[in-house]
Design a protein. Structure first.
Length: 264
């Protein structure tokens, strides 16, 4: 009954307003001591080790829910095996014009065209420095909308340097469909340049900090088999530690029935 009531209450609000209210509630609940990590029992065999990181369980919170790490400690207290913050960009940006999030309740889905709206990497780092969450923490990094493709590597390296000391791993987001031209970075010489650059920067940081932080690349689900094979070959060649599969699709299956399905 409570769950049904809370769902109805949140669905009465515009999606982004409900999202903000939820994050604020998590922050307040944690601050009042209502969320305790120890309250969530983990099965003895639920954990796993991936990329040299020990995950207490296999269910994590993906990037996108808390782009700015504003509710970092509260979310970490909910019992996830990991939490990933971002996507964050070097400079703050507003994202795409509203409305940009659409519920598909009849299809149990959602359409978003947020466009990397975030408060910038400096804000995220301040949050993680001030209140570092326990457990495995990922940070998802991207480029600013106005940054041209030939300078994308600079944006990714700027973010990588900024977040390196405050996370367990870093995800390089090349696959959001909501930033013009971003998905082109997954292919050909652009992908080679970017992977070579970020792995070189990570290795330099690992040597200077005496701490290795794994790199994950987030790919899109809309590639054909040939494109997917080429991307995976490149990830293996540059010894990328992991793959986040996958980002948001741009497909619209004919089975969808909600009236918002026409939104791009």
């Amino acid at each position: 009954m409570t769950e049904s009531w809370s769902r109805r209450a949140l669905f009465a609000l515009e999606p982004e307003r409900a999202h903000t209210l939820m994050l604020t509630g998590v922050r307040w609940a944690h601050g009042l001591g209502l969320l305790r990590r120890g309250h969530h029992q983990q099965a003895a065999d639920a954990g796993c080790t991936v990329m040299g990181l020990a995950f207490p369980n296999r269910i994590g919170l993906a990037a996108g829910l808390d782009k700015n790490a504003d509710a970092a400690r509260g979310l970490a207290a909910l019992g996830f095996g990991f939490v990933e913050f971002g996507t964050v960009t070097p400079r703050p940006q507003a994202g795409n014009p509203r409305p940009r999030v659409f519920r598909l309740p009849d299809d149990k889905g959602i359409i978003n065209r947020l466009g990397f709206n975030n408060k910038g990497v400096d804000h995220l780092v301040r949050r993680l420095r001030r209140a570092p969450p326990p457990g495995v923490v990922g940070v998802n990094i991207g480029k600013n909308r106005e940054t041209p493709p030939e300078k994308a590597l600079e944006d990714y390296c700027t973010c990588l340097r900024a977040v390196y000391d405050f996370c367990s791993y870093v995800t390089v987001n090349l696959s959001s469909p909501n930033t013009p031209g971003l998905r082109a970075l997954q292919h050909g010489s652009q992908l080679d340049k970017l992977l070579a650059g970020v792995t070189h920067e990570r290795d330099r940081l690992a040597e200077s900090r005496q701490r290795y932080v794994p790199l994950v690349v987030k790919i899109d689900p809309d590639m054909d088999a040939q494109q997917r094979a080429a991307v995976l070959d490149a990830l293996i060649y540059y010894r990328i530690d992991g793959v986040a599969a996958t980002n948001t699709t741009v497909s619209r299956p004919e089975s969808l029935v909600d009236r918002s399905v026409a939104e791009e």
